[in-house]
Ligand binder design. Structure first.
Ligand code: PGA
Length: 266
């Protein structure tokens, strides 16, 4: 399993970019990605068709590469699907599972997500498990229970901080330009952490935020002590916007380590 920094900055490229464009973008990001001793790990999630080319082009850098989904079975007659083993073979070290665009548009259930996560863990991939409530669920005051049932039903056994991270992505914040408030993020991350404590042996997995994270709000979001990183969609398609978000993570990490050491951050 790949070693990760304390904070993760992840770029979900969704169904964008051909092979050449994907390699160009990953190379631009790789040039400025943090080094191995950094507190911040950066990864990109290209479409399947570009994954191997991107992984090969980033091999000598510290940029990690992941898949956007995988199947729950190791192999079989599943036309159009990709197994976790195939992702690993193509050079992926991580996989996003349970993204709301799959839960909502493709009817993916938490049980299916759990099977996929089990398959991914068997292949040594680090799982980014996405959870998120809709606008209607938030308005109805059901958001805490929705996240609780998604988490409990999607989480496979044998999870540790090393093999899985959670991405809290409110559905109403994805691609809308409306990110959750600091108060909403604090409340939900604390809720998820409380739910995880009895379910995990050892240190609690990282909890990331996703949903309209941009260069101009990343610093505020990453300054929240409960946020261990961000999952970025739209803004990750632009190298300079994505690298500004990486810079925000580096600067907030520095502040956090100075504060922990009792130093004043300049
Ligand atoms: P967004 O997407 O940053 O474009 O809102 C986030 C995501 O879907 O992971």
């Amino acid at each position: 399993m790949v070693q990760l920094g304390r904070r993760l900055i992840l770029g979900n490229w969704k169904m964008h970019l051909n092979g050449q464009q994907a390699v160009a973008l990953s190379s631009a990001v790789a040039k400025q990605s943090p080094t191995s001793d950094s507190d911040v790990t950066v990864a990109v999630f290209p479409p399947f068709t570009a994954l191997q080319a991107v992984a090969q082009s980033c091999r000598s850098s510290h940029l990690l590469v992941g898949g956007q989904d995988c199947h729950g079975q190791a192999q079989g007659a599943f036309t159009g699907s990709i197994s976790a083993g195939m992702l690993a073979d193509a050079g992926a070290e991580m996989v996003i599972l349970g993204h709301s665009e799959r839960r909502q548009l493709l009817g993916e259930t938490s049980q299916t997500v759990c099977e996929k996560a089990e398959a991914a863990l068997k292949q040594g991939l680090h799982v980014i498990l996405c959870l998120g409530e809709t606008h209607a669920q938030r308005e109805a005051g059901e958001y805490l229970s929705v996240i609780e049932s998604q988490l409990k039903q999607s989480l496979p056994t044998g999870v540790t901080r090393e093999n899985l991270s959670i991405a809290y992505e409110p559905v109403w914040a994805i691609g809308t330009g409306k990110n959750a408030s600091a108060l909403d993020i604090n409340d939900m991350h604390a809720h998820i952490k409380t739910l995880l404590i009895p379910l995990i042996k050892g240190e609690i997995p990282r909890i990331l935020y996703g949903g309209s994270v941009k260069a101009n709000n990343a610093l505020e979001i990453l300054s929240l002590p409960v946020v261990d990183g961000v999952l970025v969609g739209g803004a990750s398609l632009d190298a300079s916007a994505f690298l500004s978000i990486v810079d925000a993570a580096k600067s907030t990490s520095k502040q956090a380590s100075h504060a922990a050491a009792g130093k004043v951050s300049l």
